[in-house]
Design a protein around this ligand. Structure first.
Ligand code: FAD
Length: 385
């Protein structure tokens, strides 16, 4: 293999370059990224950057030392076997890493709406979060909650409009999400409320009603950025379909990060995880696969969110119908465990209880059964349950 092309210069793209070099690949590598920036981390965009504690979050990676040919501001437009068509012409490859991530879903309407995906988005939004500004955040998911945190901290008058019956409904279910509702103190939280469209001056609600806003932030989720692959002879289904080695349906093509839907041996299902830890870890396996080594991607997925002064961490993969057991009261530090039918731990969510997260992740990895009577006692360490 002489030339590897990596499309997408986010975390998973740059980690792919690093992993290829770390495994001794000495051929040519081209890294294509449609943003004008060098690779950066996204989690700080809704935290330290939005709060004004940092102005950037560039990944500490020396592209020159990695001897990578970096093409910023260049987009891939199409793929056929052996070549990527870009806005700067066609580029042949022997190996290809698809790392194009995800892009925010927008609401209908002609009014201005902010999203939060890029460094530029974050800096633009930050400039609008000034004392007294009326800010409407659409969606009380992970991003919506973090934006509401920053807007409240900046002294804005914040309305959060959520279609579900509780914050985080889509991510963790309404019952658990309801435990976070009291964090929204001082915010006009409208639950069970759907936005019809974004208009000049605010948002129209389904069934009538209008929320006045100087700033509208849409945080209703993302979709895998795979439009450029629409005509490629490649399996796409909720992202780029891969096997457990992160191999796609095309030879010598792997996919990583937010855009990849990989087969999980551990959970016996296909997973697409839109979180930082996956973008960090998957490229090791993808690089090995591309270089003909045997490697399997089979992590217990992990992510965190920082909202309203709380550290929320999640590990595992839960499914509807699994039993939820709580440890601790919602007013303090608490966690929640999803138990599968045989009392093995499927997932854990910890609020300001990092030990539960670390121990829970290990328990999930090991597949141990838990004693539910001990589990409900937050004073019993999770590893002893
Ligand atoms: P991306 O970071 O999306 O990078 C993909 C890159 O490819 C982008 O630069 C994109 O412009 C480029 N690209 C797309 N299409 C093309 C094309 N056709 N041609 C060329 N380039 C293209 N995760 C957590 O676990 N915890 C958090 O607290 C957390 N906070 C977050 C906060 C924000 C505001 C955001 C946006 C994400 C957050 N995440 C968090 C998620 C995490 O950042 C993502 O999972 C991670 O960035 C995924 O990395 P990636 O490289 O797969 O994709």
């Amino acid at each position: 293999m002489n030339h590897v092309v990596v499309v997408g210069a986010g975390l998973s793209g740059v980690r792919s370059v690093e992993a290829l070099r770390a495994r001794g690949f000495g051929g040519r590598i081209t890294l294509i990224g449609q943003e004008r920036h060098r690779p950066y981390d996204r989690p700080p965009l809704s935290k330290s950057v939005l709060l004004g504690d940092a102005d950037s979050s560039f990944v500490d990676s020396d592209l020159a030392a990695l001897e990578v040919d970096f093409w910023p501001g260049v987009a891939a437009k199409a793929l056929r076997e052996g070549a990527v068509e870009t806005t700067e012409g066609e580029l042949g490859y022997d190996g290809l890493v698809i790392a194009t991530g995800a892009e925010p879903i927008l609401l209908p309407g002609d009014g201005p709406q902010h999203v939060l995906r890029t460094l530029d988005d974050s800096l633009e939004l930050r400039a609008r979060l000034v004392p007294g500004a009326r800010v409407a955040v659409i969606g009380a998911g992970w991003i919506g909650a973090e934006v509401a945190t920053a807007a409240r901290r900046a002294g804005c008058a914040v309305t959060v409009v959520e279609a579900g019956p509780a914050p985080l409904t889509h991510a963790v279910g309404a019952e658990l999400g309801a435990r976070t509702q009291h964090w929204y103190e001082g915010i006009d939280l409208r639950l069970d409320t759907m936005v019809a469209s974004v208009e000049e001056g605010g948002v129209s609600l389904v069934g009538g009603g209008f929320v006045d806003a100087h700033v509208v932030v849409t945080g209703i989720g993302v979709r895998p950025a795979v439009e450029w692959l629409a005509d490629a002879d490649l399996d796409l289904h909720n992202g780029v379909v891969t096997d457990e080695h992160l191999r796609t349906s095309l030879p010598n093509v792997v996919a990583v990060g937010d855009c990849a839907a990989w087969w999980s041996r551990r959970f016996g299902t296909r997973l697409r995880v839109e979180h930082w830890d996956t973008a960090l870890g998957a490229p090791e396996v993808a690089a090995a696969t591309l270089l003909g080594e045997e490697a399997v991607y089979d992590p217990v997925p992990y992510f965190w969110s920082e909202q309203f002064g709380h550290m929320v961490q999640y590990a595992g993969h839960h499914q509807a119908g699994e039993r939820l057991v709580y440890r601790g009261e919602p007013t303090g530090k608490w966690s929640a465990c999803w138990l599968a039918g045989d009392d093995t731990l499927a997932a854990v969510l910890a609020v300001d209880r990092p030990r539960d997260l670390v121990q829970g992740r290990r328990i999930i990895e090991a597949g141990h059964r838990l004693d539910t009577e001990r589990l409900v006692d937050p004073d019993v360490p999770l590893r002893d349950c």
